[in-house]
Design a protein around this ligand. Structure first.
Ligand code: SF4
Length: 380
C-alpha cells in the first residue's frame, strides 16, 4: 500500500474508515476489525499486539515532563524538531464533594497575538498544531501521564478547554477537526457541552465556530472570550488584536453568535492592578456587557516572568466581583491554580524552546495574520 499514513488520532471513525478504504487497507483487514482497532486505541489506549498496521500513523507523543502544583498538573508532549505542547489537568470540586477533571489543551506552540500579560506571548508563534497533535493531548492525559495522586497513569477527563498555548481561531481548521474527534463517541467521547473554545476575540473565527454550532450535534459547544478591558483604550494597550478588531466589532459578532437558549458566553477578565481593576472600570465593563447574556469570569492576574505588574490583592479582586454583581452582572471569580508550576492561566510557555522562534510548518493549517498583531513576542 502506498500513500501517506492515516492519522488515527486526527480523524473521526468515519474519516478514518474512509481514508483506510482509500489506502486499500480493507484488502488485509475487515472494516469492522478496523473500527474495533480505532475504538480500542481511542477509548482504552490499546494498540493491537505487534503494534498498529504500517498504514496507520500513531500520533501519540512522548511525555517529556510533568510538573505538579497542588492539585494541578502540567505536562508537555514532545513534537518533531524539539518543540513541545503544553497541557494542564485541573481538578474541579463540586458542591456534592465529587471531583471532575478539566484538560486545558494547546492549539499552537507559542502564540502570535502578543497579549502583554501573557507568558505564552513571550515565545512568539512557533507553529500551529495539527488535529492529531491536539487530540494527542487528551490521549496522553487519559493513558500516559503519571498520576501522582492515584498511582499508575492517566486521568478521567470530563471537560476540554482550548485555553492553553495559542489562539484557537488562528488555527481553526485544525481546532474544529480536533473537536470532531474529541466529541466522536467512538473516540474522545467528550460531550460537546463540556468543550469550550477560548478566543482573544477574532471575529472571523467566532463566525466560523458559530457555523460549527449550527451543525447537528454541536449546538452545545461553548465559547469563551478574553475581554480583559472595559474600553478600546485599555484593551488596545494590553491586547494588540484590539487595534484590528475593536470592542464594538467584537460585541457585534457575539450578539449574533448562535448560542443555545439559556447558555451564556464566558467573558474572561484578567484583573491587573492599575490597568483594569478600578470601580469605574468595573462599572464600564458591566455596562458594556449588559446587552449580552454572559458570565463575567474574573481571573486574578498571574505575573508572567519580568512582569511590569504585580498580582492583585485579594481584597481588590473581591471588591471588583462584588461590584459587578451589584451592577446586575453574573460574575464569578476564578481561583488561581498552578501558579508555582507556571501552569496557571496565561502562564504556559516553555523557557527551553523560547529561543527557537518561528519554526515554520503548520502541518495541516493555514496561518492567518491579524493586521496590527505583532510578528514577534510582546515587548511586555
Ligand atoms: S492570552 Fe492567549 S491569545 Fe493572548 S498571547 Fe496569550 S495565548 Fe495568545
Amino acid at each position: 500500500m502506498d500513500g501517506p499514513q492515516v492519522p488515527i488520532l486526527g480523524l473521526t471513525l468515519e474519516g478514518f474508515l474512509a481514508a483506510a478504504k482509500e489506502r486499500g487497507a480493507f484488502r488485509s483487514m475487515q472494516p469492522q476489525e478496523c473500527a474495533r482497532m480505532y475504538r480500542a486505541f481511542h477509548r482504552e489506549g490499546a494498540a493491537p499486539a505487534g503494534g498498529l498496521p504500517a498504514w496507520v500513523h500513531d500520533g501519540r507523543r512522548p511525555v517529556n515532563a510533568v510538573h505538579v502544583d497542588g492539585e494541578t498538573l502540567k505536562f508537555t508532549l514532545g513534537l518533531d524538531g524539539g518543540l513541545e505542547t503544553e497541557s494542564v489537568v485541573i481538578p474541579m470540586r463540586h458542591r456534592d464533594g465529587t471531583v471532575t477533571r478539566t484538560l486545558c489543551v494547546s492549539s499552537q506552540v507559542g502564540c502570535a497575538m502578543g497579549c502583554r500579560f501573557c507568558e505564552t506571548a513571550q515565545m512568539g508563534l512557533m507553529r500551529s498544531l495539527s488535529p492529531s497533535e491536539i487530540v494527542a493531548q487528551l490521549h496522553a492525559a487519559r493513558f500516559s501521564v503519571a498520576n501522582p495522586w492515584a498511582g499508575g497513569t492517566g486521568f478521567e477527563v470530563k471537560n476540554i478547554v482550548f485555553m492553553g498555548m495559542g489562539e484557537p481561531m488562528d488555527n481553526l481548521d485544525a481546532v474544529m477537526a480536533a473537536i470532531r474527534v474529541l466529541t466522536d463517541r467512538n473516540a474522545g467521547a467528550i460531550a460537546p457541552v463540556h468543550v469550550t473554545v477560548s478566543t482573544v476575540g477574532r471575529t472571523d473565527g467566532i463566525r466560523r465556530y458559530g457555523d460549527l454550532l449550527r451543525e447537528r450535534g454541536f449546538h452545545r459547544l461553548n465559547l469563551a472570550v478574553s475581554l480583559n478591558a472595559p474600553n478600546d483604550r485599555v484593551r488596545s494597550e494590553i491586547m494588540p488584536v484590539n487595534r484590528a478588531e475593536p470592542i464594538a466589532r467584537l460585541m457585534e459578532s457575539l450578539l449574533s453568535f448562535p448560542k443555545r437558549p439559556n447558555a451564556a458566553i464566558c467573558m474572561e477578565y484578567v484583573l491587573i492592578p492599575g490597568v483594569n481593576d478600578s470601580d469605574a472600570d468595573c462599572d464600564e465593563v458591566c455596562a458594556l456587557l449588559r446587552p449580552l447574556r454572559c458570565s463575567l469570569n474574573v481571573i486574578p492576574y498571574n505575573p508572567r516572568r519580568s512582569s511590569p505588574w504585580p498580582a492583585p490583592e485579594e481584597e481588590s479582586v473581591q471588591r471588583f466581583v462584588r461590584r459587578a454583581i451589584a451592577n446586575g452582572q453574573f460574575c464569578k471569580r476564578r481561583g488561581t491554580k498552578g501558579r508555582s508550576a507556571m501552569a496557571a492561566c496565561g502562564q504556559l510557555g516553555n523557557e527551553r524552546i523560547r529561543s527557537r522562534r518561528f519554526v515554520d510548518g503548520a502541518a495541516e493549517t493555514v496561518q492567518i495574520r491579524v493586521p496590527g498583531a505583532p510578528d514577534g513576542p510582546a515587548a511586555g
